[in-house]
Design a protein around this ligand. Structure first.
Ligand code: ADP
Ligand code: ADP
Length: 233
């Protein structure tokens, strides 16, 4: 079954009376447990598409069905509910709360989900162990390395058991060695059944995914499995 179903998606920004078309008719299906790298030149529409996939913004026209919910025409508060339930976000800048410990950061989405404190802490602790940070749960972000902060962010993205993990340049602020460690974690997330879409401009990072979708000028230019690309090389 499709986690993401996009039909003729168009998205324009309006600057005064001027329409700037950014997504120009995107059709895309991403099935459960796929692992997709989204690539493309700067300005091709990757962020716009990710914002839409993440229910942060709505398309101008077209249909978006996320895990069975038609979210294309939803009002903001309904969209926010779907987002909190279905999506885990990982960002380049980690976006952790500086005053909260690793454990508290991971537990934040569970507050909105209405889970009690004891269960929140147990679940957050379990997720931190899964990403290899079980010993550092009391540390604040400024006491952790970039790679450790990204592990906290990944644990937070997973804690609500979302149907989709969206990652925007998750290794963009990390050195090569740390990037590989983080990509190994995405690999194990995928192996344990999650659906992952990540934006990257680095071919080495995209090579970790199963499928590579390339945007150009608001359209899908290519959509290939890494296995096919390797077979032709
Ligand atoms: P990418 O992530 O591939 O670099 P973006 O989706 O960020 O591409 O941007 C695509 C185009 O849309 C660019 O021309 C950008 O300037 C424009 N754009 C993006 N967001 C906005 C916005 N909120 N308002 C107006 N124009 C925008
Ligand atoms: P990226 O590195 O993802 O391509 P950008 O610099 O294109 O990032 O965009 C960063 C943020 O600024 C995005 O949320 C995008 O929607 C917004 N943005 C980009 N271009 C414009 C614009 N021309 N007007 C307003 N917002 C924009």
């Amino acid at each position: 079954s499709s986690v993401i179903h996009l039909e003729h998606i168009r998205k324009s920004y309006f600057i005064g009376k001027n329409e700037l078309p950014v997504l120009k008719g995107i059709n895309l299906d991403i099935l459960k447990n796929e692992y997709v790298a989204l690539m493309g030149p700067s300005g091709s529409g990757k962020s716009t598409l990710m914002n839409m996939l993440g229910c942060l913004d709505s398309p101008t026209s077209g249909k978006y069905v996320l895990s069975g919910h038609d979210v294309s025409q939803m009002e903001d508060d309904a969209l926010a509910r779907v987002r909190n339930k279905e999506i885990g976000f990982v960002f380049q800048q980690f976006n952790l709360m500086p005053r909260l410990s690793a454990l508290e950061n991971v537990a934040v989405p569970l507050i909105y989900a209405g889970i009690n404190k004891k269960d929140r802490e147990d679940k957050a602790r379990f997720m931190l162990e899964k990403v290899g940070l079980g010993q550092r749960y009391k540390h604040r972000p400024n006491e952790l390395s970039g790679g450790q902060c990204q592990r906290v962010a990944i644990a937070r993205a997973l804690v609500n058991d979302p149907s989709l993990i969206l990652a925007d340049e998750p290794t963009g602020n990390l050195d090569t060695k740390t990037s590989i460690e983080i990509m190994d974690i995405f690999g194990s997330i995928h192996a344990s059944g999650n659906t992952v879409v990540l934006v990257t401009h680095e071919e080495d990072i995209a090579a970790h995914a199963r499928r590579v979708v390339r945007l150009r000028d608001g359209l899908i230019e290519s959509d290939r499995l890494n296995a096919e690309i390797l077979a032709e090389a």
